[in-house]
Design a protein around this ligand. Structure first.
Ligand SMILES: Cc1ncc(COP(=O)(O)O)c(C=O)c1O
Length: 401
């Protein structure tokens, strides 16, 4: 079976627990008292993610909220977002009063299709939010070209994509206005709860700081003349990171390269094992995704496979020790909160039928990857896939060619 340090979360060694205990004993339990730990973590994250400025906040959702607020999302502003994502990718748009427009996925993976994004643009559109789903990098060059053509801002939801690269470079490249990470417990860099807003813009960084922090930090870090008068109160909200999770996040950051490399090796072995499967297709990646984070490994049930047969095949794999399960994500376009069912105010506009997002979600599975490479484990997993494939071969007559 897969080891303890597996799935999408890390297990932490006693030294990390001891660091947390030291902070508790030193009274470093909120920003005041833990200023140095927060500063050091922001610097380490900025270096790891190739960002000029990095702000540690209370969640990935908070990072998105702050970025979108700083970019001016408010009543009447249209924002295009992927139909396929976790609902928090775009909920800040609604809370800021903006209008959410959902665009379909690519044919072969869950990420948003740049052509679908462009088809959603209207004179009221001001920005695009993309998500690097499962750690697969989006076609950012295409997104940036669209944004340049229509003078739109771009925010990347990188909740799944710590350490990922697009065309050989870390995410954002100074061409996106902000890249937002979640530090929630399951993520590759995990603080329990937390988030990071990365940006190349000192203005956006300062405005986000003003929105989420208050005096002690603002007096020191806010330099802009327009923002100086507000250093006492900030803008009244509180999105400060809870610092007790920082030793955990720092530990994850230190071993991120190693974890990504291990996951990439498992993904490669599984891709090869599934390449000829009649039942499952390995996740599709594109050449511009030069380094994926492999946060999740999501093979697709081949659409031509009978549902019952697919379920039996997945159950047999699970029985043989392959940690796989059917997923069937609820796409954002189908969430009641985006369908006007809360108080009628929040209703995402879904201009197209989002058929790719629906098909991909209906056929999704999740296979948990370990964080540490173990050749024997990889051999067991791929061997089990080969064996089950063979034993299901006689049922394959029920599968259309
Ligand atoms: C794609 C995506 N975006 C945003 C978020 C929000 O992050 P958080 O839970 O830290 O608020 C998540 C959380 O899992 C996510 O999966």
């Amino acid at each position: 079976m897969i080891d303890k340090d597996s799935g999408t979360s890390s297990s932490f060694p006693p030294e990390v627990a001891a660091e947390v205990a030291e902070m508790v004993l030193a009274g470093a339990t909120s920003y005041e008292g833990a200023e140095e730990q927060v500063r050091q973590f922001e610097e380490a994250a900025a270096a790891a993610f190739g960002a000029r400025h990095c702000l540690a906040v209370s969640s990935g959702t908070a990072a998105l909220y702050l970025a979108l607020s700083a970019l001016g999302v408010s009543t009447g502003v249209e924002v295009i977002s992927p139909a396929y994502s976790f609902f928090r990718t775009a909920s800040p748009v609604m809370h800021l009063g903006g209008s959410l427009v959902l665009a379909d996925s690519l044919r072969d993976n869950e990420n948003v299709d740049p052509a679908a994004v462009e088809a959603c643009i209207t004179p009221r559109t001001e920005g695009i939010v993309v998500v690097h789903w499962a750690g697969h990098v989006c076609d950012m060059e295409a997104i940036w070209r669209i944004a340049e053509r229509h003078s739109l801002w771009v925010v990347e939801d990188a909740a799944h994509a710590h350490g990922a690269h697009h065309r050989g470079k870390p995410l954002g490249e100074g061409r996106s206005d902000a890249v937002c990470y979640s530090l929630q417990a399951k993520k590759l860099v995990a603080a329990g709860q937390g988030g990071l807003l990365c940006t190349a813009s000192p203005d956006l960084w300062e405005t986000a700081l003003l929105l989420g922090y208050f005096r002690p930090r603002l007096a020191q870090d806010v330099a802009g003349a327009v923002r100086r008068p507000f250093v006492h109160s900030g803008l009244g909200l509180n999105f400060q990171i809870a610092p007790l999770g920082l030793p955990l996040a720092r530990y994850c950051l230190q071993r991120l390269e190693q974890v990504i490399a291990a996951r990439a090796d498992y993904a490669l072995a599984l891709d090869r094992a599934l390449a000829t499967s009649r039942f499952l297709a390995p996740p599709h990646s594109y050449p511009y995704a030069t380094r994926q984070s492999h946060y999740m490994y999501r093979p697709q049930v081949r659409p031509e496979v009978d549902e019952e047969l697919a379920d039996a095949y997945l159950a047999a794999l699970a029985e043989a020790g392959v940690p796989i399960a059917r997923k069937r994500d609820v796409i954002m376009a189908d969430e009641p909160m985006y369908r006007g069912q809360w108080d009628g105010r929040w209703r995402a506009d879904v201009p197209g039928p989002v058929l790719n997002a629906r098909r991909l979600s209906a056929h999704s599975t999740d296979l948990r990857l370990a964080n540490v490479w173990d050749a024997a484990l990889a051999a067991r997993l791929t061997g089990a896939i080969g064996d089950i494939e063979e034993s299901f071969a006689r049922l394959a007559a029920r599968v259309s060619p």
